[in-house]
Design a protein around this ligand. Structure first.
Ligand code: FPP
Length: 239
């Protein structure tokens, strides 16, 4: 590997990832699907390390959608255990690396043990000012918009601006994703940050998530670096 420093464009502050393909990765190897999630967890850790080292400000990982409860109960239960164990095992290291961890999503859907593990990890890392690692768990983009609108309705507000809604989303105050990556070959957003990715650059990789290493991530970043983001303007206005 070359020892030149990877190029990270200044405009790339927030990366969001849909980590798809764990089940297929395991099945291809004759293993149970859940073993893919275990391997996927290792990759998630590698991505957080890489983003932290490269000075990315925010990494948002989609670990469990509001719709994933429909999976077979044993897979759901494995994912919940993996989540709780990972929070317990990784939070000290994240703290040491100055990472601030927050869980975005409907935490009330988790059992008390998991809620406690989340609170503990968030509390331990709350003052860190390195990478912000947002774990989207029991998260759905439509849920996020609805809960933001509910808060405004409860406050008696009927004239709703885009800013007012953004300020009530679970990502309030955080820069929107500049780059959204989906692995696993599918090309859809699956109710991830549907409001916040309105102007994100999208990158789809055929690699199954446990095969998506930091070199693959850098390839996605290099691709992002070539894009011209116009935000509604013309190319001439931008250049
Ligand atoms: C999608 O792959 C992946 C998930 C639903 C779970 C993502 C979880 C991890 C990467 C592990 C980290 C987890 C925690 C809880 C910290 P899939 O199962 O849909 O794969 P497939 O499309 O091949 O079936």
């Amino acid at each position: 590997m070359s020892d030149t420093k990877p190029y990270i464009p200044e405009s790339l502050q927030h990366i969001a990832i849909i980590m798809d393909g764990n089940g297929r990765w395991a099945q291809k190897r004759g293993k149970k699907r859940v073993m893919g999630h275990k391997a996927g967890m290792e990759r998630a850790r590698e991505m957080a390390e890489y983003c932290g080292e490269q000075g990315i400000k925010v990494l948002t990982l989609f670990v469990f959608s509001s719709e994933n409860w429909k999976r077979p109960p044993e897979e759901v239960s494995f994912l919940m255990d993996l989540f709780a164990t990972s929070l317990k095992n990784e939070s000290k290291k994240l703290h040491k690396n100055n990472v601030k961890l927050i869980v975005i999503g409907d935490k009330s859907g988790f059992d008390k043990r998991l809620q406690k593990a989340i609170d503990k990890a968030e509390d331990l890392t709350k003052d860190n000012d390195g990478l912000l690692l947002q774990i989207a768990a029991n998260y759905g983009g439509r849920w996020d918009i609805a809960q933001a609108a509910t808060q405004l309705a409860q406050a008696g507000i009927t004239e709703i601006s885009e800013e007012m809604l953004s300020d009530k989303m679970v990502t309030a105050g955080i820069n929107e994703p500049d780059l959204m990556i989906r692995t696993g070959g599918e090309k859809r957003i699956s109710n991830f940050l549907i409001w916040q990715t309105a102007y994100s650059e999208l990158y789809f990789s055929d690699a199954l998530w446990p095969d998506f290493d930091s070199l693959e991530l850098q390839t996605a970043i290099d691709d992002f670096a070539k894009r011209q983001r116009r935000f509604g303007q013309t190319g001439e206005q931008i250049s």
